[in-house]
Design a protein around this ligand. Structure first.
Ligand code: NAP
Length: 472
């Protein structure tokens, strides 16, 4: 495919291969854009931002709703593209395509609800005769830098609210999975997005990222990806607004009164979806030592039933990881943990980018499989003796994106909700659950700011205070 820069579809002499991670076959190529392409894109987007600022809300909502309809019409093609370039099984890719359409539809609704508030200025001693209200105005140019693991839905989470808020937008998709974002750009243009107000630039994150993040024509950066890159972007951004949706090593806590069958079902769903490459994957399973053995007995057969194979094949429940080198890294960390005393309950073998769904027991919190973000198809089980221990272990991490707790006791559940440092807390489900319209974002090194169109819109608009100094 070509990239969309400065109002036209462009090729470059150098290209990047987009590869199916299952068999290494080249699906397509995309341009390897340069800092010069970013500069050209931003020059046009300056004009596009003026066009968007003038565009009434109903028109922005119409563009987004038409785009949502087109995504639904083309859901099967988008799902196959997602599955082929990313490696998730087709069933999961279909859900992602459907969700992408819904995020655009919710953004269309939110475009109609951007409102300020009345401020009762006469509450101040010097405020008599004054009237005040706030206005929300577009930021101008929003940069959307997105990761590989949800190549469509996480792009809609940024472009939807950006357009709803009356901004122009530049998208920089992950180099491994750029095709879904390019197809979304085609859809937005077809839906009526002004050509001057959108760009989708493909190429190396290092080079394009610097060009985008250091440029003062960009007012807002919305980034989803790893902590390391997020940290680098914050340093480059200077005086810009930033939203950071970063990684995690999410805990799921299983108390001695948990419904173990439900907990096993939830951990199985949350530990291995998209081969564990979800920011809120269940990674650290903290179980009460009283029920740890019974929980593993319930979990193990479920994990062993996850057929690993070609992501496009009907029988596959789990596909490859996005790159062979990521599967090698997971293999290395798991082997290291086993050598240091962790117990392999099931899995533990790799073939190319395919890594078996794996359970490790007796994991020390300082092992990499627990301490770092694994981003692979394995869970690490650690036992605890009491609730204080459970909370201490859950918080013993630099991350804080999502956490789950299984207990029948409301007081214990509420104690977790208050004391576990996490942007999302699930009671009687695992860390991996999301409705796209809810406020979503992390604490600590998992980021700052919220997504979900209503909340992202606040971050993609600026607030002005207007004071009327009336005669009386
Ligand atoms: P990544 O390596 O951080 O890359 C994310 C994006 O940043 C890509 O488009 C990448 O481009 C670009 N990039 C790389 N270096 C850059 C730089 N110096 N400046 C600006 N941009 C740069 O992350 P990933 O491997 O794609 O995704 C996995 C990570 O995302 C995990 O940590 C996961 O937890 C996190 N994630 C978080 C959420 C959330 O909502 N909190 C959701 C999904 C994923 P290239 O591909 O060209 O390098």
């Amino acid at each position: 495919m070509k990239m969309f820069v400065a109002g036209e579809w462009k090729e470059t002499s150098e290209t990047i291969d987009v590869v199916n991670p299952y068999d290494g076959s080249v699906i397509d190529t995309v341009p390897k854009g340069t800092a010069g392409n970013v500069d050209a894109a931003l020059s046009t987007l300056v004009d596009g931002a003026r066009v968007m600022r003038q565009m009434p809300a109903f028109e922005r909502a119409r563009i987004l709703q038409r785009a949502a309809d087109l995504v639904q019409q083309r859901a099967e093609d988008l799902a196959r593209t997602i599955s082929m370039e990313e490696g998730k099984v087709l069933g999961e890719a279909r859900v992602e395509a459907q969700r992408g359409g819904e995020v655009l539809a919710v953004s269309a609704e939110e475009a109609k609800r951007i409102a300020g508030e009345m401020i009762p200025l006469d509450a101040a001693e010097n405020g008599a005769g004054k009237m005040g209200f706030t206005l929300r105005v577009p930021c101008g140019i929003v940069a959307a830098i997105t990761p590989f693991n949800f190549p469509l839905n996480l792009v809609t989470h940024k472009v939807g609210p950006a357009i709803a808020g009356g901004n122009a937008v530049i998208v920089k998709p992950a180099s491994d999975t750029p095709l879904s974002a390019l197809k979304l750009t085609e859809i937005l243009l077809e839906a009526g997005m002004p050509e001057s107000a959108i760009a989708c630039v493909t190429g190396s994150g290092g080079e394009l990222g610097k060009a985008i993040c250091e440029d003062d024509r960009v007012r807002k950066i919305s980034f989803t990806g790893s902590y390391e890159v997020g940290d680098a972007i914050c340093r480059m951004a200077g005086m810009k607004k930033v939203t950071m949706e970063l990684g995690s090593n999410s805990p799921v806590i299983i108390m001695d009164d948990a419904d173990l069958e439900k907990a096993a079902q939830a951990v199985c769903a949350a530990g291995y979806a998209n081969a564990g490459q979800v920011c809120i994957s269940a990674q650290r399973i903290l179980t009460s030592s009283k029920v740890g053995g019974d929980f593993l007995d319930a979990l193990r057969p479920k994990v062993e039933a996850l057929t690993l194979g070609d992501q496009l094949a009907d029988g596959s429940k789990m596909g490859p990881m996005v790159r062979e080198r990521d599967a090698e890294r997971v293999e290395e960390w798991i082997n290291e943990a086993v050598a240091a005393g962790a117990q392999l309950v099931t899995g533990g073998k790799r073939e190319r980018a395919l890594y078996q769904p794996t359970i490790l027991d007796q994991v020390d919190p300082d092992m990499k499989v627990s301490r770092e973000e694994l981003f692979g198809p394995a869970v690490a089980v650690t036992r605890f003796d009491n609730i204080e221990d459970a909370i201490r272990l859950a918080n013993d991490t630099s991350f804080g994106l999502s956490a789950g707790v299984f207990t029948q006791d409301l007081d214990r559940a509420m104690r977790f909700a208050r004391e576990v440092d996490s942007g999302n807390i699930h009671i009687n489900w695992s860390s991996q659950w999301r409705a796209d319209f809810m406020p979503y974002g992390g604490l600590k090194h998992s980021g700052m700011g919220k997504e979900g169109p209503h909340y992202a819109l606040r971050e993609m608009t600026e607030e002005k205070m207007v004071v009327l100094h009336l005669k009386s």
